[in-house]
Unconditional design. Structure first.
Length: 141
């Protein structure tokens, strides 16, 4: 994240387009404006297509420009999180869920004897762990 601050003299009597031009020229910004709005009578804010913001307090003249550079790894994880990959990601996640189910069920039978999860004392934990997701699924259906 990049942040830069400057003191800029801007009159409150100017219209939005004139304020935009003053702000863009003072920070040498070439990115198109996506949106703008007044937070209050003295606070004005611009949003840019590339993800940056520019805010100014007209009383103090303090203007702050913040821009965010996309980080490669986090951008890809966010893409998967938002399910923008669609079908391929759904297939992969379903296969992964199936493997996790196999791992958890096979783990029940790996330990034998006194420490087994299928013993008399621990069986209620196994039953509870199965019933809670089933109740959740059937309540959504």
């Amino acid at each position: 994240m990049e942040r830069s601050e400057r003191i800029i003299e801007v009159s409150e009597l100017l219209n939005d387009d004139e304020i935009n031009q003053i702000l863009l020229s003072s920070f040498a910004i070439k990115t198109p404006i996506k949106a703008n709005y007044w937070e209050s009578e003295t606070h004005y804010k611009l949003f840019f297509d590339g993800g940056g913001t520019l805010a100014i307090n007209l009383k103090s003249g303090k203007a702050v420009f913040e821009s965010i550079r996309p980080r490669r790894v986090f951008k890809e994880f966010n893409r998967l999180h938002l399910n923008e990959a669609k079908n391929n990601w759904i297939i992969f996640s379903d296969m992964y869920a199936g493997l996790l189910l196999f791992l958890s069920i096979s783990g029940l039978f790996m330990v034998k004897g006194k420490y087994s999860a299928l013993g008399w004392r621990k069986s209620w934990l196994v039953i509870t762990g199965g019933v809670i997701p089933l109740v959740y699924i059937f309540m959504l259906a």
